[in-house]
Design a binder for this molecule. Sequence first.
Ligand code: G
Ligand code: G
Ligand code: MN
Ligand code: NA
Length: 254
Amino acid sequence: LTLEKYLRKAVEFNEMELFYQPKVCLETGRIMGMEALLRWNHPKLKPISPTEFIPIAEETGMILSLGEWALVQACRQTKSWQETGLPFLRVAVNLSPNQFHQPDLPEQIRSILKDTGLDPQWLELEITENILMDKTANTLNTLQQLKSLGVCISLDDFGTGYSSFSYLKGFPIDCLKIDRTFIQDIPRSSKDANIASAMIRLARNLNMIVVAEGVETQEQLVFLQNHHCHVAQGYIFSEPLSVTAFENLIEKGR
Ligand code: G
Ligand code: G
Ligand code: MN
Ligand code: NA
């Protein structure tokens, strides 16, 4: 309950921050985008992970204001980096189920893009399989509205939720993110290696961009390159970084 009380004030008190983790194109070796990840710096509490506070925000409905804050912040920051002459990068923002099912989400995102001046092609929305499973909601319609804005849709944590091939068939998804649990034991586990390579082929055959999450070792990276995975993200390149640290990383790579 205390956490909930603090969380209620967190945005207002400026305690939330977005960190950015680079996504690297495996063909060119260049950073092509980044995932925005929430960080909560409470003045008294020790750092609280999003895995702890996102569920509370979901249950209490606070995710709606928090999620909107993250969208605005990510779009504003990305636009600002473009204006300072940094290479154009695509920013990915995670959407929680509660947020996704708000009927006004497409309108909210349209308005944020307009207000921040970010061209829609530079915004990517990460959703999980469980969102797609909810048949009561008008999921396809929402996705189509989002697509018609010109943003990209990614399927996050792929393979861990209620994975179904019919989602890949029926929904307009641009990008598939292989969950890190399938990457972490490569190359030791031939099972995981086979699953990952099958996911890569599946995505490529469906003309989707395929991203490997949680890449930590050189061996994993070589495996993914050999299997023609498009993009990788993980500690091997960088952990999620503050704005300043991310800027330094981009400058260094130029
Ligand atoms: O950095 P990591 O510990 O940063 O993130 C843990 C979890 O929190 C991940 O599953 C991630 O998707 C989720 N998360 C981080 N930031 C956000 C956000 O802005 N919105 C939502 N819905 N989830 C987030
Ligand atoms: O669930 P989602 O994919 O949105 O969240 C990404 C989570 O994975 C964040 O908590 C982020 O900090 C974490 N992460 C990013 N790269 C790595 C990695 O290489 N290894 C591990 N173990 N976690 C990672
Ligand atoms: Mn994600
Ligand atoms: Na993930």
